[in-house]
Design a protein around this ligand. Sequence first.
Ligand SMILES: [Zn+2]
Length: 189
Amino acid sequence: MNSRVKRLAVAALATATATLGITVANPAPASAAMTICYNTSQAPSYASVANQAASIWNNATTNLTLTANCGTNLRIYQITGGGSYAQRTSLGNGRVYIDTQQAAQYSPLRIMTHEIGHILGLPDNYNGNCAILMSGGSAGTSCTNPYPSTTEANRVSSLFAGTLSANDRRSGTGSQVFKDSWPGLLTVG
Ligand SMILES: [Zn+2]
């Protein structure tokens, strides 16, 4: 929602509230930008990568702001083996796990922005297209693009604005684990 529409929506709600003579305890939640506090204390090797990923998402979207270490909406962990993945508990909340072995093969920043993309409501989209952030590892290790496409970024903005249909919104906001976005290349044996 752009700021002009947002102002109009807030003004309309205020007018309606005044007309009805009621008090709204938490007015217009859909038009209030969400601050997503991310915590990197468990991912010291990737704190700066997380900060870069946050800037990318903040620049590409509206209605949300990722902010470092102001709380724990999003906890970021580094792990060794098992694969990078994301565990969304609700829109803007959850955990991201960065596998150090995968981050030595694929771009750590692309992994980070992709996994955060799941927390922000995006599903995987394994189409091999490097221009699509949610194509993840299907685009190969040579793909280092860390930026969401316009379509991906707009979907996140719409989710946080609450302007999608109920079905679309439900699929992007529920509790879900997103694994296996980054195929392992090492031969074990
Ligand atoms: Zn994924």
